[in-house]
Every structure is written in structure tokens, then in C-alpha cells.
Ligand binder design. Structure first.
Ligand SMILES: Cc1cc2nc3c(=O)[nH]c(=O)nc-3n(C[C@H](O)[C@H](O)[C@H](O)COP(=O)(O)OP(=O)(O)OC[C@H]3O[C@@H](n4cnc5c(N)ncnc54)[C@H](O)[C@@H]3O)c2cc1C
Length: 428
């Protein structure tokens, strides 16, 4: 059982962390390690833990803890560290605004509107799901259309089944996990429909959630219409061409009473926008330096609010860096500013952080735009000269690539822009 100690808010904190998911919890502990004495975590839910609370399947923590945990178990471990470190946690409280002086305005159920001064802030607000409206699926608007995460919440936290016969749109990890979860609960999952020619979830989830349960995955296929007066009674699905346009002459109907929409997450950045932080148009999260500092002094960010991670273990690693940096900022020991901008090149959708320093070691997270077998990751300077290359067995948009950049790799590099390419390897 996850618990948090109720606290009376102080008037000022060294570091205020917005969001008590795995990123926020980890960042808070690291902020103390970095030198912050008084740290506050604010979360809008009644208990901390973020999205992990509803993820009762296993598959968390292999990198971070060396064992396979469920989501709540992972959250509990991190929260125990928070409690041991005497960090204030206020739940059922929403951060409304953070002004230019880092004065944090929050609304709590116990204290109403409260203002708290922060010397540094860590943004860890996570992400929310894209809904049916995001891709404008035509048809009527009956009951029975859920986002996959909402269905997960209903089943795992409230013991309520969303329906009896379901189709799932999108093959991201949440959709795959829910295909298995619903099947285990006795719901008939008729199929998973994915518009892209490849699946968008981790390979282990395709095997363990679809293949093991004989659930068909229809690639290059999408829902073109939802039917039903009060409740969904069927959907029309159609294959798509290379331009992702539905081929309506080849459409067919699938009888179902439930549609789960699993079409991706959007970093939750309304607060970042209010604070006028620069956002990356691809990740839709804040632009960050190698210390996870945003484009405003003393404001750091980590986790799904920066970019969508596939494993929580990497969220924790990134959050530890952001929190530690916030602590360093408070006591004036933040490392010197970065001197190199990273530029996503061929087949690279984005990379985080956006800048690095040639003096320190970094982990750079990046995603491929399209799958490639046998490829090479190359770093090039502004003149196109190759600085470093690494062979990869494959890249896949659903699997984040982690690149460890040591100063030794860049010792012969001169310049201020480093371009990253993922290029197909031609085997002799
Ligand atoms: C269905 C599903 C299955 C997954 N399966 C796996 C898996 O098998 N293995 C794995 O490693 N990872 C898995 N993940 C991914 C993992 O859960 C996420 O990467 C991780 O939870 C992200 O952490 P976060 O702290 O950034 O965001 P979140 O967990 O979303 O936490 C953000 C927190 O911020 C709070 N918040 C937001 N805005 C405010 C505000 N203004 N004021 C106060 N509080 C606010 C929210 O309430 C929330 O508690 C899965 C995710 C999902 C959804």
C-alpha cells in the first residue's frame, strides 16, 4: 500500500517538484543528494506514484532494480526512498502556475490556494493520452469508446469492465497490454488495428500480449467509422495505402461494443507553455540542456513531460539527473553550460538532451523515424566529417536508442553542432 505523510506546507522550499510519478519521486530524492535541504513534491492525484499505480502487470524495474516488478511495486520502492529522505509530499493538490520568480501557485483540498517560493523547480507532469478527437475518427458518438489508459484504470483500479467485445486501435504498448488484460478478464478482443506497416510497441509486448493469446494484429489498417446509437455496435475498418490513405473499397465491418483508442501519449505541458519555456515541436516537451535545465534558469524537467519513454527505468535515470542538477543549482554548483548543440539528422526523429558538453559524459536518448535492420549510428560535425560511429543490430521507432557519449569519443571534435544519423548498413 502506497502512503504519503500529510504535511503542512512551508512558505519556501529549495526545490519544488511538480508531479509525483516515478520521475518526480526520483527527482526529489536526487535533489537532496545534489544539495537541496527542503524539497516538496506536489501531485494532483490522491496518492503519489503516477501512471504506475494502474499498471499492475510486471515488466518494470529490470534496469533500475535488477528485478521484474509490477508498476505499483516500482512506485512503492521509489516512494519509500522519498519517505526515508524526509521530503514533503502533498497530494490531491494541483499546480496552477509558476511565475517568473519561481513562486508556485497550487490548489490543495486542505489549504485551498497556496503560494510557495521555490529556488528551483523540477517539472515532472508526465503525459496524457491522445483521444478519438485527435485523429477525428468519423461516425456517431456512442458510449463504449475509451482511451486504453482509461480502460486500464477502470479494470485495474475500480474493477469495472469496459465491455464484452473489443477492438483496439493502435499497437503502442498501452494497447498491447490492454489487449492481454481484457482477454484475461473474459473480454473478447477481436483484433488490434495499426495504421503503420509495423507495430508500435515493444517486441516483448507483441509476443506476450498478442501472440500468446492469439489476438490478431492487423498492420496498415485503421478504423474508418464508428457505428452505434447509444452504444458502439460495430466499426468499419480499412487497409491503408503507402500514403496512409484508407482504401474504402476494401473496407469491412467488425461487430463490437467497445473501442479502445491507443494512439499515443502527449507530454502534459500546459504549465510549461504558461511559463513560456521553449518546446521541441517533435517531442512536444521542453528543450533541455545536458543537466535537464529548460530555457528558464532554475527550471528543470524529466520523464514523460520531456519525451515519451518506453521504460520507466530510463525515466528514473533521467529524473535523477534533473533532480541532482536542481540541487546543484540551489547551492551554486551546477556544471558549466553546454558547448554543443545536438542536431537530429537522417532517420532521427529527435534527441534529448538538446545540448551537451564535451567535458562530461552524457546519455543521449533518441528515436528512429522508421525501422532499419543492420544500421549505423553516426555522429558528424558541421562540415560532415564523421566523428564517431556505432553499429546497431536494428532500430525501431518504438524502442528508444540510448547513446552513451564519453568525452574521449569527442576529443577530436571541434565545433558547436553535432549531427546524429541512423543509416542503413550495406553488408559486403
Ligand atoms: C499502460 C502503460 C503500460 C506501461 N508499461 C510499462 C512497462 O511494462 N515497463 C515500463 O518500464 N514502463 C511502462 N510504462 C511507462 C511508465 O509507466 C512511464 O514511463 C512512467 O510512468 C512515466 O513517469 P512520469 O513520472 O514521467 O509520468 P507519470 O507516471 O504520468 O506521472 C506524472 C504525475 O504528475 C502529476 N501531475 C501532472 N500535472 C500536474 C499538476 N499540474 N499538478 C500536480 N500534479 C500533476 C500526475 O497526476 C501524475 O501523477 C507503461 C505506461 C503505461 C501508460
Amino acid at each position: 500500500m502506497i502512503t504519503t505523510k500529510p504535511r503542512h506546507l512551508r512558505a519556501s522550499y529549495d526545490v519544488v517538484v511538480v508531479g509525483g510519478g516515478p520521475a518526480g519521486l526520483e527527482a526529489a530524492v536526487a535533489a537532496q543528494a545534489g544539495g537541496a535541504a527542503h524539497v516538496l513534491i506536489v501531485d494532483r492525484e490522491v496518492e503519489a506514484g503516477g501512471i504506475l499505480i494502474q499498471c499492475i502487470h510486471s515488466g518494470f524495474g529490470l534496469h533500475r532494480f535488477g528485478v521484474e516488478l509490477t508498476g505499483p511495486e516500482y512506485a512503492q520502492r521509489v516512494l519509500m526512498q522519498v519517505l526515508e529522505h524526509d521530503i514533503d509530499v502533498v497530494t490531491d493538490a494541483y499546480v496552477l502556475d509558476i511565475d517568473a520568480h519561481r513562486r508556485v501557485k497550487l490548489m490543495t483540498t486542505t489549504e485551498g490556494i497556496a503560494l510557495v517560493d521555490a529556488r528551483a523547480v523540477v517539472l515532472a507532469m508526465g503525459a496524457r493520452e491522445r483521444t478519438r478527437a485527435a485523429i477525428r475518427i468519423p461516425g456517431t458518438r456512442p458510449a463504449g469508446v475509451f482511451t486504453a489508459g482509461l480502460a486500464q484504470r477502470l479494470v485495474n483500479l475500480y474493477g469495472v469492465l469496459p465491455g464484452h467485445r473489443a477492438v483496439i486501435l493502435g499497437s503502442g504498448d498501452i494497447g498491447l497490454i490492454m489487449a492481454r488484460r481484457l482477454t484475461l478478464e473474459g473480454v473478447e478482443v477481436v483484433g488490434v488495428f495499426e495504421i503503420m506497416p509495423y507495430a508500435n510497441g515493444l517486441n516483448r509486448n507483441i509476443v506476450q500480449c498478442l501472440h500468446d493469446f492469439d489476438i490478431p494484429l492487423h498492420l496498415s489498417t485503421t478504423i474508418v467509422e464508428i457505428h452505434g446509437a447509444h452504444r458502439v455496435d460495430k466499426v468499419t475498418v480499412a487497409p491503408v495505402n503507402a500514403a496512409l490513405q484508407p482504401q474504402l473499397d476494401r473496407a469491412w465491418e467488425v461487430v463490437c461494443d467497445t473501442v479502445l483508442v491507443a494512439i499515443g501519449l502527449i507530454p502534459e505541458n500546459e504549465l510549461s507553455q504558461q511559463m513560456r519555456l521553449r518546446l521541441d515541436p517533435v517531442t512536444r516537451g521542453p528543450v533541455v540542456t545536458s543537466t535537464m535545465e529548460c530555457t528558464r534558469d532554475g527550471v528543470f524537467a524529466c520523464g514523460n513531460v520531456v519525451h515519451i519513454h518506453d521504460l520507466v527505468d530510463f525515466v528514473s535515470a533521467e529524473a535523477a539527473l534533473a533532480g541532482f542538477s536542481a540541487g546543484q543549482y540551489v547551492n551554486g554548483t551546477l556544471p558549466r553550460p553546454d558547448n554543443v548543440r545536438l542536431q537530429p539528422g537522417d532517420n532521427v526523429a529527435y534527441c534529448v538532451p538538446h545540448t551537451i558538453s564535451t567535458e562530461r559524459e552524457h546519455t543521449v536518448y533518441l528515436r528512429a523515424r522508421r525501422p532499419l535492420d543492420a544500421c549505423t549510428l553516426q555522429l558528424r560535425d558541421a562540415t560532415g566529417t564523421r566523428v564517431y560511429e556505432k553499429r546497431l543490430r536494428y532500430v525501431f521507432p518504438a524502442e528508444m536508442v540510448n547513446l552513451r557519449l564519453r568525452p574521449a569519443i569527442l576529443q577530436h571534435f571541434h565545433g558547436d553542432v553535432l549531427r546524429i544519423d541512423l543509416i542503413a548498413r550495406v553488408e559486403a
